[in-house]
Design a protein around this ligand. Sequence first.
Ligand SMILES: Cc1ncc(COP(=O)(O)O)c(C=O)c1O
Length: 435
Amino acid sequence: MSLSKDDARYLWHPFTQHGHPETAFLPILSAKGSFLYDEAGTPLLDLISSWWVTTHGHSHPELIKAMTTQAAKLDQVIFAGFTHEPAVTLGRALQSALGRRDVWKLFFSDNGSTAVEVALKMALHAQSNWGHPERKRFLAFEGGYHGDTVGAMSVGHSSGFFDPYQKLLFPVQTICYPETWWHDSDVLHKEEESLSILKQHLSSGEIAGIILEPLLQGASGMRMCRPTFVNHVVRLCQQAGALVIFDEVMTGFGRTGSLFAFHQLSETPDILCLAKGLTGGMMPMSLTCASEHVFDAFLSTDFYRSLIHGHSFTANPIACAVANRSLALFQEEDTLKKIAALENVHRRALTALENDGLAHRPRVLGSVAAFDVTHECMPYNTEKNHWLKSLFLKSGFVLRPLGGTLYLMPPYCTSLNDLEEAYGRIAKILQQVRP
Ligand SMILES: Cc1ncc(COP(=O)(O)O)c(C=O)c1O
């Protein structure tokens, strides 16, 4: 049986032009720690944590144990009218992990996009239950990515990806994003401009909520902004009666150096979306976490004032059990310390690449490092992009540039030696392709 042949015959992959003559899918047979293994047993260092989901490492024995034990006990039960121990334990454990509020109310779904979809419905419906039906519009940041469902696409930046679906989307007002990097001297000016646009939109009194990826926009090129700016945004919105939704689908569970990105801020969102690293990257599950204030807006004897949303696999017990074990591992394995060590390697390596003229606009936050390969803006899916990806694969690691941005987001178990070695090989490749 040829996996590649039957894949080409039967399967349809995400974000893929199957008509491209060079489209091919590398069969991966197994994974362990920070490595994937192909059919020949060749190890590939997973420098993108398999689409930003893997945290403690692939096939972590403790997560496998949690998964199999739970599967043998209770695999699935409808979550409307029923509850179970793994979900309640997760609810309890996340209270102290999230902190800042007496209670966070957790609403389950299956992926990052649906966590965002729920957040949007929650914000709109809460405003209406509070007697503010005029608050029906959302604000978002240019370059923000929140997923592929219709609401998530509406509040997201498309890069052209959403153009074919434009007729399905609702209008959203966007604010320019004051991205910054090492030695950026213009950040104050960019922040002032964003805040002034934000104030104008808020003054309409029609804003239900704002959605943003705190500190780090992922898909638009690992674009970072300053904590003081985000604090300012949160304060202005909350003072104006708009709900603040943080999309921590990517930034959650350690990526930015703290367990959640909002832990680096003084302000707290009203609604928080989590997915990807929630189960350590092993099971698809997501959460929309609401403040008690938002939850209370739905309390009534009238069914139509409740949050009318749900999925077949809501709070799947196996996924909850894996999420519980994954959360505990952060303490048991002193994970934030490992992330700090990875961050140090990133900083040293990016300094060297910058000194050699191979990295522009370097930026690092926790386990994430990014830089632009060229000064010019490079679109997605160019031949150069595909070529770079294949050179990286041949060199033994998985890296997928976002346009002209190269980023590294390794699983937290990645050895410092492996990461340093990968940077050495990246430097050689970049020297080779230097214009
Ligand atoms: C910030 C952010 N929000 C939402 C999503 C969508 O998550 P999913 O792909 O699980 O639907 C992503 C995916 O990359 C993301 O980075």
